[in-house]
Design a protein around this ligand. Structure first.
Ligand code: TYM
Length: 351
């Protein structure tokens, strides 16, 4: 057997990514991240994490948090992530994430974190009242990736800046402790610089109500997003009501410039059908939105319907989900612990 999938895990490149358990997962999470997670399984060793410690950087109702952690796990499984061949777990069960995050908090510079646009957006005007955790969030995210020394990180466009920071933190750790790392025979770079994978026609899915705003769990209008648990009728209604402009669809990509809603719907169609946007325009260019929307409804319902059904079925068996998470955490810790021990030695902490 020579195909990549049959190689032992140790020689397949390692992938890590995380999703926050905060409210319903939507089409943006699915197209920007989860479908990518699924396709990377073939040739990589993957860890997919429900990042509950990130979720509590803003207030959460404990009961809702517990069910969101299970729901994100259910969505991973329903979308086709294989929790036996790969690792699915929740972050707080592997204490090494928080442990490494502390060390990385001491490596990262205040000036670097001050530049993070997501903190500015999430903290809003009342910055003084934001949690310290929300501010330090990107250092925990770096720890998530680096504790597994992951090579690749599939994410949507909105995580690009955090990934750049993770690389800067890794590089600074390697530089600051270069002598120790060398002396311990760990080569020149203890932490590999993780490569973001931001690919495909839907790395930034926009709101169905406003093509200039990102599709988001926190948008007060449920019509702005398609949730993975929406039933067929709801999906159809949301697409039919999606904002468009009065012109016909263009036949060339250039014609989408300055038409954010059209661009977004074409991108969604392309991502769901596995085609390039140009190919979608070749089929629908010159036509009115009504016809295109009808085809998009059929496609979205065909692709998302079975996932929603499976999520609802998995919700009925929380014991199964909890076993998946506990088993995943145990296997994740087996990778994370040696990294953390080496970090302690390198930094000069006795263990
Ligand atoms: P989160 O939970 O906000 O989103 C999960 C994933 O979905 C992507 N995404 C989108 N992609 C396209 N269009 C959209 N409208 C859209 N909205 C969300 C996100 O880019 C992300 O890939 N900080 C991360 C979670 C995290 C993480 C990590 C990711 C914590 N540690 C380590 C990678 C590696 C977050 O809040 O994602």
């Amino acid at each position: 057997m020579t195909d990549a999938a049959s190689q032992p895990a140790a020689i397949r490149p390692r992938v890590f990514s995380g999703v926050q358990p905060t409210g319903n997962l939507h089409l943006g999470n699915y197209l920007g991240a989860i479908t990518r997670f699924v396709s990377l399984q073939e040739a990589h060793e993957c860890l997919y994490c429900v990042v509950d410690l990130h979720a509590i950087t803003v207030p959460q109702n404990p009961e809702d948090l517990r069910s969101s952690i299970r729901d994100v796990t259910a969505a991973f499984l329903a979308a086709g992530i294989d929790a036996k061949r790969h690792i699915v777990f929740n972050q707080s069960r592997v204490a090494e994430h928080a442990e490494l995050a502390w060390v990385l908090n001491c490596v990262a510079r205040l000036g670097w974190l001050n530049r993070m646009t997501q903190f500015k957006e999430k903290a809003g005007k009342d910055r003084e009242n934001a949690s310290v955790g929300l501010y330090a969030y990107p250092a925990l995210m770096a720890a998530d990736i680096l504790v597994y020394r992951a090579a690749f990180v599939p994410v949507g466009e909105d995580q690009k800046q955090h990934l750049e920071l993770a690389r800067d933190i890794a590089q600074k750790f390697n530089n600051d402790f270069a002598a120790e790392i060398e002396a311990r025979g760990q080569g020149e770079a203890f932490f590999p610089l993780p490569e973001p994978l931001i690919q495909g026609p839907a790395t930034r899915v926009m709101s169905l109500r406003d093509g200039t705003k990102k599709m988001s769990k926190s948008d007060p209008s449920d019509n702005s997003r398609i949730n993975l648990v929406d039933d067929a009728e709801t999906i159809a209604q949301k697409i039919r009501r999606a904002k468009t402009d009065p012109d016909a669809l263009p036949s060339e990509i250039e014609g989408l410039a300055g038409r954010p809603e059209a661009d977004n719907l074409v991108g969604i169609y392309a991502a769901l059908s596995g085609e390039a946007k140009q190919e979608v325009l070749r089929q629908f260019g010159g036509g009115q939105f009504s016809g295109f929307k009808g085809a998009l409804v059929d496609l979205a319902v065909a692709k998302l319907g079975p996932i929603g059904t499976e999520i609802r079925a998995l919700r009925a068996d929380p014991g199964h989900i909890d076993r998946v998470l506990a088993d995943g955490a145990e296997r994740a810790r087996a990778i994370a612990r040696p990294t953390m021990d080496a970090v302690k030695d390198i930094v000069g902490l006795l263990r």
